[in-house]
Design a protein around this ligand. Structure first.
Ligand SMILES: Nc1ncnc2c1ncn2[C@@H]1O[C@H](COP(=O)(O)OP(=O)(O)O)[C@@H](O)[C@H]1O
Ligand SMILES: [Mg+2]
Length: 246
């Protein structure tokens, strides 16, 4: 059984169809990339999956449980956490406190929440910033805090919405290492990402959305060769150079 099953999800906003009959699945232990042009419906799909609004049609299952239309907190309890494209770090709270908010999804004990937060802050490389206020962080650190807070809820599936946006090349390399390490801890990852140099090497499979529809799905090597994906999104840039006379 797949960890996440998205079956025929459609999301309409008045006249606009942001997701149209989208189906895909994510297996436990995978890193799956979700790509597509701006406005393709990637964030809307994340919002439908994570309970921020109900899909107009379709079904979402997490480990076999139908979670369609559940409230976000209930979805988090079921083992699915997500980050936001626009970061939501609390400016007046320290890094540790920001992460503890995530931990309170699974414990009522402040001491326990602090232990969870400190362990994860060390894991994500934020230990030296534990007492810094959210307001005083760089964008890269804010993104890292948001990711750490999501991890603190104890997810089986982590959904990341453009965690690389605004990062320097060095910070991106660190973020890629972190995503790989997260998966090694046993967390499955679904990521929306525009930086192809990040998505292609890190993803086991890639799903492509365009104008709300899924237009392709497959291993990265096949996606970069797919004519419809090249036309809709990638252009020729990421196509591997050919040698020989084919
Ligand atoms: N809450 C909303 N109300 C109305 N339209 C929305 C809402 N959220 C997204 N949309 C529209 O849905 C489409 C897909 O947006 P989005 O999911 O943010 O795309 P992406 O994340 O792929 O850039 C866009 O046309 C956007 O304007
Ligand atoms: Mg988006």
């Amino acid at each position: 059984m797949a960890l996440l099953e998205v079956d025929g999800v459609t999301k309409q906003f008045d006249g606009l169809v942001a997701n149209q009959d989208v189906s895909f699945h994510v297996e436990e232990g995978e890193i799956v990339g979700l790509i597509g042009p701006n406005g393709a419906g990637k964030t809307t799909l994340f919002n439908c999956i994570s309970g921020f609004f109900p899909p107009t049609r379709g079904t979402i299952r997490l480990d076999g449980t139908d979670i369609t239309g559940w409230a976000p907190e209930r979805v988090v309890h079921q083992g699915l956490a997500r980050t936001f494209q626009v970061v939501r770090t609390f400016p007046d709270l320290t890094v540790r406190e920001n992460v503890m908010i995530g931990a309170f999804a699974r414990t009522n004990s402040t001491a326990q929440a602090r232990r969870i937060a400190d362990e994860l802050i060390a894991f994500t490389g934020l230990a030296s910033r534990a007492d810094v206020l959210g307001a005083n962080l760089t964008i890269a650190d804010k993104k890292r805090v948001e990711l750490t807070r999501a991890l603190a809820t104890g997810p089986r599936l982590l959904m990341l919405d453009e965690v690389m946006a605004g990062l320097t090349p060095t910070e991106r390399v660190q973020a890629v290492e972190l995503i790989r390490a997260i998966r090694e801890r046993g967390v499955t990852v679904l990521l929306v990402e525009h930086v192809m140099e990040v998505v292609m090497p890190i993803s086991h499979r890639v799903i492509v959305l365009d104008s709300g529809r899924k237009i392709a799905e497959g291993p990265p090597a096949a996606i970069v060769e797919n004519p419809e994906v090249i036309a809709a999104y990638l252009g020729e840039k990421y196509r591997p150079q050919r040698t020989g006379e084919d």
